[in-house]
Design a protein around this ligand. Structure first.
Ligand SMILES: *Cc1c(COP(=O)(O)O)cnc(C)c1O
Length: 370
């Protein structure tokens, strides 16, 4: 028998805020009272602490995850006509990070973990290929050892899009520590989310660190001395300060997501709903909990009727979006990417989600008849 109807949102950012409300409020007030709001002590400290958390040398805060990707591509010298290999089923920002500098995304199909299918990479490498852009989609690490091996053999750069995978690991090593540059987003919904936009690039390369710092600030290393045409892309003091508070709890927050995911995995049982899988040795941080089902719209509407809000990440793969028609990748050319786009559904998972809410989602799905 179904219990009483509940309302379960796909995400509740207010719950995440309330978990550490007092610390956030104290930090926000401290920054506001400081009289210093851009490129200051909070950013410096956050950059140091986040680099340390990852075990990397440098972190450079920027204004968004997309900016981090754009800057990474540019600083690796990738430009007009160069090709960058990327999975077909990613968030469109990954692809925009590539095309901003005139480079061409070359799509590879995903594996069963929703990451780039390593087996599909080599056949896409040409004389123009400069890099592999790896996305740790939904919080699940891609098969990094295999990808790094291919990159080394073919002398390709590796950029990691870690926007959905702060703290995720792959064989005991954190994502963002494998490639040449890692890009993070601190958009509010991300595992390490700010209270506005934010992003960072992370690297062990001292020259890239230096260049990124100059580039994000109008190309200037000293005030009014501009050595290149740069941009204005900075992580502000308020966001940096609030991220410092959250970073202390990132592992705890990821573990909370893992508990919800484990409960879903152990208890959702419906033959028309395929549960997500984790790569051996690469425990997910569950940015999203994505199931697959043939009658996706039916499940979505059924859940809606139960008061449960689910989402689709993402309904239109980048190659089929209006923005990328000029690439000439047609419907049918990436059949796995396209079928995932039609089958996937993201269930509610967020910090502060209650056991009752989780169990209500489980019970509702188990009662779904396709
Ligand atoms: C969120 C996201 C981005 C973009 O980050 P923004 O901070 O929103 O610009 C890029 N790639 C992936 C995979 C993302 O999920």
């Amino acid at each position: 028998m179904m219990g009483t109807k509940m309302k379960v949102e796909c995400n509740r950012l207010d719950r995440g805020f309330n978990l550490y409300k007092e610390e956030f409020e104290e930090k926000a007030l401290q920054v506001l009272e400081s009289g210093w709001y851009v490129l200051g002590k909070e950013l410096e400290s956050f950059e140091k602490e986040f680099a340390e958390y990852l075990g990397m040398d440098y972190c450079v805060g920027v204004a968004s995850g997309l900016d981090a990707l754009k800057i990474a591509v540019r600083l690796l010298g990738i430009g007009v006509g160069d090709e960058v290999i990327v999975q077909g089923n990613t968030y469109i920002a990954t692809v925009m990070g590539i095309t901003e500098s005139g480079a061409i995304p070359v799509f590879v199909e995903p594996d069963k973990f929703f990451n780039i299918d390593v087996k599909g990479i080599e056949e896409k490498i040409t004389i123009k290929t400069k890099a592999i852009m790896v996305v740790h989609l939904y919080g699940q690490a891609a098969n990094m050892p295999a990808i790094m091996k291919i990159a080394q053999e073919h002398h390709l750069k590796v950029i990691e899009d870690c926007a959905q995978a702060h703290g995720a690991e792959c064989f005991g090593k954190k994502v963002g520590t494998f490639g040449d540059i890692a890009c993070f987003s601190f958009y509010p919904t991300k595992n390490l989310g700010a209270f506005g936009d934010g992003g960072a690039i992370v690297t062990n390369d001292g020259e890239i660190n230096k260049q990124a710092r100059v580039y994000r600030n109008y190309g200037s290393d000293r005030k009014y001395h501009n050595q290149m045409i740069g941009v204005n892309s900075r992580l502000d003091e308020l966001q940096a300060g609030l991220l410092r508070v959250k970073l202390k709890y990132l592992d705890e927050l990821n573990n909370e997501r893992r508990k919800i995911a484990a409960r879903y995995l152990a208890n959702i049982s419906n033959k028309s709903v395929l549960l997500p899988m984790e790569r051996e040795g690469c425990a997910s941080v569950w940015h999203q909990f994505v199931v697959r089902t043939c009658g996706r719209e039916n499940l979505l509407h059924y859940l809606e009727s139960k008061g449960i809000h689910s989402m689709i990440h993402y309904p239109i793969p980048p190659h089929l979006s209006e923005a990328y028609q000029f690439l000439g990748v047609r419907d049918g050319q990436l059949p796995i990417t396209e079928s995932y786009a039609e089958e996937i559904l993201s269930l509610p998972i967020y910090n502060g989600m209650t056991l009752a809410e989780t169990d209500y989602v489980i019970e509702s799905i188990n009662n779904f008849r396709a």
